[in-house]
Design a protein around this ligand. Structure first.
Ligand code: PLP
Length: 332
């Protein structure tokens, strides 16, 4: 018999996480446009780098908790070239994909009010509930901004949000998971003036380079107090990302592989035209398909299944809305 106290905050969540709902319908012959999983093969240079890294002695050692310098240097170069942003190595924390840090970052925060623009990626808010970090009466705010947003594809005017955060002393957690799909807006929050103190950026190679299964990304914290706390948190609770994966990530950030993956992203975005044409034909209202690999539809998840054999992702409490991923195999 188990006689311990459990975390009652789990009672605040819906029974299943959204993708657990979707999983019930997987592999049943539907056209699967649900979870945004990278479906094209990895760029061969990434695979070669990982295979080669396996022979290095470092491959079987504990990695540094915050990441290897070689990858931090590749990220520095990437931010400088693509975003005109300078980063110090101490500001870069290598993560195992954005998801964990979007949840765990709340370990270093107290109880604040929480603001986001819905619908959006649910992990930060659910983590706030699990960790009991919500004080709806507080006038101290943590904002989670995902731009381009999953599922709507909306690109936010980040400058306005940074100005607001500076004015009221709020913290912005900026999710840049889809920045490589952004054709006309801020790609890194640190491109905005005066963003160092009040902003954290969490990013990932999942949707930019096919690391959905390999698991690697980065978190950037410039604020000295937050950086100190996050370093303490990471060095205690995380043993780092495997060396071989970080070697693959370093290669993913080399200029030629970035270019190859830009082409892959363009090929995913070509799926948008086909899906949009279908939705127009069926008179289904939608947005997106331009700056993120999703099309957000005013249509029930269950109706997509019943009427069109299409599996999407449900959004909204009554599942009135759903999103379709463009990352599925091109022939779908
Ligand atoms: N942020 C957003 C907006 C996402 O859509 C996802 C995954 O779909 C993630 C973060 C997490 O990505 P990963 O953990 O694979 O880096």
């Amino acid at each position: 018999m188990l006689n311990i106290r459990l975390n009652k905050n789990f009672n605040k969540l819906k029974t299943n996480y959204v993708f657990a709902e979707v999983a019930k319908y997987k592999n049943k012959g539907y056209i699967d446009l649900s979870i945004g999983d990278w479906s094209l093969p990895l760029v061969p240079k990434i695979k070669d780098a990982i295979k080669k890294a396996l022979d290095d002695d470092e491959a079987h050692k504990y990695p540094p908790e915050t990441g290897y310098d070689f990858l931090k240097e590749a990220i520095q170069k990437y931010y400088r070239t693509e975003f005109n942003v300078d980063l110090d190595k101490t500001e870069i924390f290598i993560n195992d994909g954005a998801n964990s840090d979007l949840a765990n970052i709340f370990d270093i925060l107290g109880k604040n009010n929480f603001v986001t623009i819905v619908p959006t990626y649910p992990v930060p808010y659910e983590s706030v509930l699990i960790k009991n970090k919500l004080n709806k009466k507080s006038s101290q705010y943590v904002l989670y901004l995902c731009s381009p947003n999953n599922p709507t594809g909306k690109v936010l005017n980040i400058e306005n949000w940074v100005n607001l955060a500076n004015k009221i002393g709020a913290l912005i957690i900026f999710d840049g998971a889809y920045s490589a799909y952004n054709t006309n807006g801020t790609k890194s929050i640190f491109q905005i003036k005066n963003s160092s103190e009040n902003c954290i950026e969490i990013n990932s190679l999942s949707k930019m380079a096919g690391f959905t299964g390999l698991r690697c990304g980065w978190t950037i914290i410039k604020n000295e107090s937050l950086k100190k706390m996050w370093t303490r948190r990471v060095t205690t609770c995380f043993n780092g990302v495997p060396y071989i994966i970080q070697k693959g990530a370093e290669t993913a950030l080399s200029p030629e592989v970035i270019e190859e993956n830009k082409k892959n992203i363009q090929s995913y975005m070509k799926n948008a035209a086909k899906i949009k044409e279908f939705l127009k034909m069926k008179k289904i209202k939608f947005v997106g398909g331009e700056n993120s690999p999703y099309i957000f539809c005013d249509y029930k998840f269950t109706d997509f299944i019943k009427k069109y054999n299409i599996l999407g992702v449900p959004f909204g409490s009554k599942t009135r809305l759903s999103s379709l991923s463009l990352l599925s195999p091109v022939e779908a």
